[in-house]
Design a protein around this ligand. Structure first.
Ligand SMILES: *Cc1c(COP(=O)(O)O)cnc(C)c1O
Length: 457
């Protein structure tokens, strides 16, 4: 039998899961088939159906611990890693990150409620967003959750709230440091032309204004420069810029105690990707801040960082079942699966690439052919893989797509009224449901037919 190079044979780095394509607990059973967390994927699909999201607990915990360990090693002051919950928000994820000593970043009442339900301590939650509703801001303030002020509108409402409660409020402000990094423009946030945060050139003005607001205490500054970043230099620069901002704020009487550098570390989706390790990323940003503080002779602030993708992406896989084939001679063979852009909108949104294999033949034994893997939605662009080499496969076979833990479930939709997949957690041979599969009937729950329309049957 012919066997070629496969990403499944790469050595797994257990200390920095973002450097692997596959979850740490990936293995090939004695039957030659794929298993995760000690669970046969074929068995899981028999029991829970497809498409199926699966999260590997070991990979999640190793990712969290890599951040914790590196912060303790390179940052002698106080630090708090904060999980950016938009990557994958659930009661389970909130609970897991809290159990690893992480805080959580939320950008809506829904994400805030999920964090609280999952047991994240209020004081470890930060509330982001460039257009928070009045209700959301009030909810955060009443629950002692720190608001990250993104713009003047936030500031005005917090001023009013603090006055009406006659109570001091600690705030952080978000600014755009003017750093360009090489990532997709939709996920680049640190350059001057961004909808998020105050431009760095307005900060002195802002500091003066906040000094005149009785109950608002400026405790921290925040910047987030983008996502899926492979370079280290932008974060090194960010550390220096932020320490300079602390110095500027001092001139206006603000004692900045918290410095939040955002997230953004990239992960390995395909063999072409080579992101830095979690250790290297934390080392770069920590060293830059420690050096700059020493040079300026100021105390080290509490360091916060907000990883999302690098915590959860590699831990997640999605399993699809193959349905129809359509061969277009001389062009390609379409192979359609039972999910697509509703459970993974990243390929159609960002042209993002993934790695995949057949569950029953993960190493691609036997003759290979190039396929286009299409989703089942009514969009020609609903294509998960443009050209992927797979061994002979047939209707009913399962495909595993790797690296889907982040920005899949959280960005999923019900386009074409397709119910969301179930999500499982696997660990040590056991699988547990962390999100129930939606049913088509669930999707009708909020439909209303006005009385004057006659029921047709
Ligand atoms: C998206 C986001 C993050 C997380 O980014 P990742 O690339 O997933 O690590 C952190 N902070 C803020 C403010 C964000 O918007």
């Amino acid at each position: 039998m012919e066997e070629k190079k496969s990403f499944l044979k790469e050595k797994i780095d257990i200390n920095s899961p973002n450097k692997n394509i596959v979850p740490i607990s990936t293995s090939i059973g004695s039957d030659g088939k794929l298993s995760i967390g000690g669970c046969s994927i074929e068995e899981l699909v028999k029991r829970y159906d497809s498409p199926l999201y699966i999260l590997d607990e070991i990979t999640l915990r190793k990712s969290c611990r890599a951040y914790k360990k590196a912060l303790e090693k390179y940052y002698p002051g106080k630090s708090l890693p904060i999980y950016a919950s938009k990557a994958n928000s659930s009661i389970f994820m909130s609970n897991l990150v809290a159990s690893e000593g992480f805080g959580l970043d939320a950008v809506s009442e829904g994400e805030l409620l999920t964090a609280l339900k999952g047991g994240v301590p209020n004081k470890h939650i930060v509330f982001h967003g460039n257009n928070k509703s009045d209700k959301e801001i009030e909810f955060a303030v009443k629950n002692n959750i720190k608001v990250i002020v993104d713009n003047d509108y936030d500031l005005e409402r917090l001023e009013e709230l603090s006055n009406s409660f006659d109570q001091d409020l600690e705030i952080m402000i978000r600014f755009t440091p003017g750093i360009e990094c090489h990532t997709h423009e939709y996920i680049r946030t640190g350059s001057f032309d961004s909808k998020f945060g105050f431009g760095i050139e307005y900060l002195n003005n802002l500091f003066a204004r906040i000094s005149n607001i009785k109950h608002l205490k400026l405790k921290g500054i925040h910047a987030h420069i983008g996502s899926q970043i492979f370079e280290l230099d932008p974060h090194k620069d960010l550390g220096e810029i932020m320490v300079n901002v602390i110095l500027e704020a001092k001139k206006f009487g603000h004692d900045i105690e918290e410095l939040n550098v955002g997230g953004g570390l990239g992960i390995k989706y395909t063999e072409n990707d080579d992101p830095p390790s979690i250790d290297e990323w934390v080392k770069t940003i920590s060293t830059s801040i420690v050096k700059a503080c020493k040079k300026q002779n100021i105390d080290l602030p509490t360091l916060m960082c907000e990883p999302g993708r690098s915590i959860v992406s590699t831990a997640g896989i999605t399993i699809y079942k193959i349905g129809a084939f359509k061969e277009i001679p001389g062009i390609t063979t379409y192979l359609s699966v039972d999910g697509g852009m509703s459970d993974n909108p990243r390929p159609i949104t960002y042209q993002s690439n993934y790695s995949a294999c057949l569950v029953s033949n993960p190493f691609n034994f036997n003759s290979k052919k190039k396929y286009t893997i299409a989703g089942k939605h009514c969009e020609s662009g609903d294509v998960l893989f443009k050209e992927i080499e797979l061994a002979d496969c047939k209707t009913g076979d399962l495909i595993c797509v790797f690296g889907t833990g982040a920005y899949n479930n959280s960005m999923s939709s019900n386009y074409n009224r397709i119910p969301r997949p179930a999500a499982l957690l696997v660990f040590d041979g056991e699988a547990e449901v962390i999100q129930k599969r939606e049913s088509p009937l669930d999707l009708l729950r909020y439909d209303v037919l006005p009385d004057r329309f006659i029921k047709q049957n």
